[in-house]
Design a protein. Sequence first.
Length: 432
Amino acid sequence: MMTTDSIAKGDGQRLLIKNAAELVTCGGVAPKKGANMNDIGIIVDGALVIENGIIKAVGTTTEILARIDVSTYQVIDAAGKCVMPGFVDSHTHFIFGGYRPEEFFWRLNGTPYLEILERGGGILNTLEATRNIDKQQLKKIGSKRLDAMLAMGVTTVEGKSGYGLDASTELAQLAVMEELNKEHTVDVVPTFMGAHAVPPEYRGRTDDYVDFVIEQVLPAVASQGVAEFCDVFCEQGVFSVVQSRKILLAAQKLGLKSKIHADEIVDLGGAELAGELKATSADHLLQTSDAGIDCLATQGVVATVLPMTAFSLRESYARARTMIDRGVAVALATDYNPGSCFSHSIPLVASLAAIQLRMTPAEIITGLTINGAAAVGRAHTVGSLDCGKQGDVVILEQPSHLFLMYHVGMNIIDKVIKKGQVVIDNSKGKTL
Ligand code: NIG
Ligand code: FE
């Protein structure tokens, strides 16, 4: 049994979860690489104690019951259920205005994603809608989207700006995320992505836009303290490796850690750039070469793989199996956005990771928990059921983590617990 020094009595809110068929701990405070992704630390007939929002004890039910006065705890009996850390969705673009349903069908009928962007659609379509929406409305929609994600077990979400591409709208997107982080149950990790596309007013002048981002937008973002990461769409016809490096280095100087949309459509060497810059994560990686994969492994960059995007774009999938076999730490996320992937379904990510990426069930759980936490710089506070971490927990209706992949795309959440409080309870009436 793992415990902190003592399990205090009478000092506030206390929760005991007992009799879990499987307590999947995913323990650790660092990303799990390669074969270690299979280490998810299952405790059979497990129990967990949370006090004042923090995990205080983890062990078998027998061990925990021997240590506490149960009468002073709110008790959840998780018999026949699987208990695991709350999911970390480490790559989303959930703050946006408008919708693009026509483009979904244009793409399926053969028009390439980058051609739609080149014509002024795609990200630039959402840019118009996001610049024009009332900011209170943007927040209200964002809050509803977080509600829906929470209901599927997501307790921490990364969100990117990048649908303003001017100083005021980029800052407004980040401010909305900052407010949501304070007011909503879900924790929101903000990323500045001013280099998501080149806005119409800079069309054909990408270098000038890069200078504008570096000289005018980034300093404001940094001085307002509204972003932890900077991300760049490093892609053919969008931002080159040279331009991406320039932006990410400028951001690093201002204290923003790096993320990169890398090798999504063309292998430009984005993974290698991520390694060179010691980025926290490189994301997408559909076209990354073996050399790029080795670079992620040796430089300790988390590879964030987004299988629903490949699915929605009808593209080939990232080579997650090769990445893990070559020692990379892989995280799995949704890429929830209005264009390339309009879904925040963690269960579908899990199923696609099993079916298409050939990841093992344990690797998938690691990708959605501790490695997702590492991809957003939160591995020390969330992503595992370890003493001292936030009490962010999901309980599945079923007895094993295998059901998350096996129930394809279905929500099998029984309860979600955030900082020790039950925030979602589906336990009445739902048997799948
Ligand atoms: O991660 N590729 C760039 N950005 C997003 C898509 C954004 C959009 O289409 O609106 C992505 O796929
Ligand atoms: Fe993305």
